[in-house]
Design a protein. Structure first.
Length: 121
């Protein structure tokens, strides 16, 4: 299911249309993904806040369309500060690191369910 869903949601996710993954996996009401769903945005927000208050990246000066891909939107929102692109890539990497162990646990549980279901047939 994961690979098929991944192929379907990759293009919409680039444009910040995440409902297919949020409700298709599902992330909503899934105890495996509740913690990273809360922790990843908090971590990314703290990293971004720190980068902006220390002037590593310009503060936002514009409200850009939410459907822009994240690096492009950050670049435009900060007055075309190229460092915002790097910050966005760092934030994506941090979110992946936060989600990864939870995803592995969920994936292992799903494989166990599939093996049990196949053995019961």
């Amino acid at each position: 299911m994961g690979k098929t869903l991944g192929k379907v949601v990759i293009i919409p996710s680039i444009f910040n249309i995440n409902e297919p993954i949020i409700f298709g996996l599902p992330i909503v009401l899934n105890p495996y993904f509740a913690a990273p769903f809360i922790l990843a945005p908090i971590a990314d927000g703290i990293i971004t806040w720190f980068a902006m208050i220390t002037h590593l990246v310009n503060r936002t000066i514009a409200l850009v369309p939410w459907t822009l891909p994240a690096p492009i939107g950050a670049y435009m929102a900060t007055g075309f500060d190229w460092r915002a692109i790097i910050l966005t890539i760092i934030n994506i990497f941090v979110a992946i690191l936060i989600y990864f162990p939870f995803f592995k646990i969920w994936d292992k549980r799903q494989l166990e369910k599939e093996k049990t279901a196949a053995a019961n047939k």
